[in-house]
Design a protein around this ligand. Structure first.
Ligand SMILES: C[S@@+](CC[C@H](N)C(=O)[O-])C[C@H]1O[C@@H](n2cnc3c(N)ncnc32)[C@H](O)[C@@H]1O
Length: 434
């Protein structure tokens, strides 16, 4: 369920223009905001767009470090750079408990935030609290101007009891967190809007890699398809760029993918349902062969059969599975256990041993229990490519290098079958931009 939105699509489009400002609104712009036949509002091509062309550049309304509950507290709360040193070294010396780099610690931008958090009185002033660090991108909604708050409230905000838990965890970190209804509702809506629309990612800057999450009002209006026509990357901690992965005709809706491209149908839709509260019905999701990639395929469980089974129904997260050879049908519960076994067995090996051991495992062991098209095995091959492309002390012989090339060809062929165009993943693999 989403929280109510009390604004028309044209008013929202005007707020986005204002947000981007004249500087970012070039005359040759290629997009417009309209109602979408897929869901709510969407972004559409206002002219033909060439493959590889930048569609839009959007500026964060709210942004902060990408963190989770337990890790990454060594990230600057403001510029999101990696911080060296122990918690006490990097924590703000004025008592707000945020980790900060030297430049940000003395900046005006931090001053107001620091005063606000100190006023709320963090309970434990001697340690960095990952909840507070995660909350900081939300807390920044307090400093938005009226029109920006209006824009924030115009974004779709899916509600969920776990988002309420996120708010309760935040409240529990302070002795004096504002508890009046209006403020709590504003924070709750902002958390919901973040979970519905935000982008997370890593970005290479002159100072090193930063890890950010941000709410981008225009990019956040882009709906999802599993074979999208656009891809995104962070230009810096405040700017996101959408690029066309193939030619887009005037009037077509622009889509990105909210999931990994190479996940299976069930995996993608489970993720979409949990994180974004919808199931996709794009052509790829409706095709049990997944454009002939068989990313879901598992071996048939019928005695003596060497065929593969694939989910037969679409539009459900618990489909029956049927063998493409003997046509035996298996309930989802049985195949889900088998898929989990393959996933756990393969994931337990990833990053544990050397790359050479991983290659032997993929080539010799995995084919005994997992078809080569299964997405978990595809992900394992991607992992080998990444590890071999990064600086490492491990030495590779000719066979290893040949395997890497073969894995790359297999994955590029999969992306082609899916119609993924010049997506970031293809560029990463073929151009080795890591
Ligand atoms: C980031 S927002 C996209 C913008 C949204 N349509 C709006 O009006 O603000 C994500 C939400 O849009 C909807 N959505 C996006 N792609 C969809 C799709 N392919 N099918 C159904 N709903 C979709 C879902 O409700 C999802 O939670």
């Amino acid at each position: 369920m989403s929280l109510p939105i009390k604004i028309s699509t044209s008013e929202l489009a005007a707020l986005i223009d204002e947000h981007l400002g004249v500087k970012n609104l070039d005359k040759n712009r290629s997009w417009k905001v309209l109602d979408s036949p897929i869901s709510g509002r969407g972004v559409f091509a206002s002219r033909d767009i060439a493959a590889g062309e930048i569609i839009l550049r959007d500026v964060a309304l709210l942004a902060g470090p990408k963190t989770n509950d337990t890790a990454n507290v060594n990230t600057c709360a403001l510029c999101c750079c990696h911080l060296e040193g122990n918690a006490l070294d990097v924590m703000c010396k004025n008592g707000c408990t945020l980790p900060l780099c030297r430049t940000c610690a003395s900046s005006n931008r931090h001053f107001d935030e620091c005063e606000l958090l100190k006023d709320w009185r963090p309970k434990d002033r001697n340690k960095i609290n990952s909840h507070i660090l995660r909350l900081i991108s939300i807390v920044r909604c307090v400093f938005l101007q009226d029109q920006q708050q209006k824009l924030l409230n115009a974004l779709q905000a899916n509600s969920d009891k776990y988002y309420m838990v996120e708010l309760q965890k935040a409240v529990a970190c302070f002795e004096n967190f504002p508890r009046h209804k209006e403020m709590l509702e504003y924070f709750y809506r902002t958390i919901c809007a973040f979970n519905t629309n935000a982008f997370e990612g890593n970005c290479q800057t002159a100072e090193g890699e930063i890890r950010v999450r941000g709410l981008f009002p225009l990019a956040g209006l882009v709906n999802h398809q599993c074979t999208p026509n656009a891809d995104h990357h962070f230009e810096d901690g405040q700017t996101i760029v959408l690029t066309a992965t193939r030619a887009i005709r005037q009037g077509e809706e622009i889509f990105t993918s909210y999931t990994k491209l190479l996940w299976s149908n069930v995996m993608r839709n489970t993720f979409l349902m949990v994180t974004k509260k919808f199931m996709c019905s794009c052509p790829r999701c409706l095709d049990p062969t997944e454009n002939g990639t068989y990313l879901s395929a598992l071996f048939c469980r019928a005695q003596g059969c060497k065929g593969i089974v694939i989910p037969v129904q679409t539009k459900t997260l618990q489909p029956d599975w049927r063998c493409t050879t003997c046509e035996s049908v298996f309930p989802h519960s049985k195949m889900a256990r088998y898929q989990d076994f393959a996933l756990n067995t393969i994931n337990n090996r990833i990053n544990k041993g050397s790359v050479a051991e991983m290659i032997t495992f993929i080539n010799d062991m995995c084919p005994r229990f997992c078809p080569s098209s299964n997405y978990v095995l595809v992900e394992a091959k991607l992992n080998v490519i990444w590890r071999m492309s990064r600086p490492t002390t491990e030495e590779f012989n000719e066979d290893h290098l040949k395997c890497k090339e073969r894995y790359k060809e297999e994955i590029v062929a999969l992306l082609e079958k899916l119609g993924a165009g010049d997506c970031t993943l293809k560029k990463l693999i073929t151009e080795e931009i890591l």
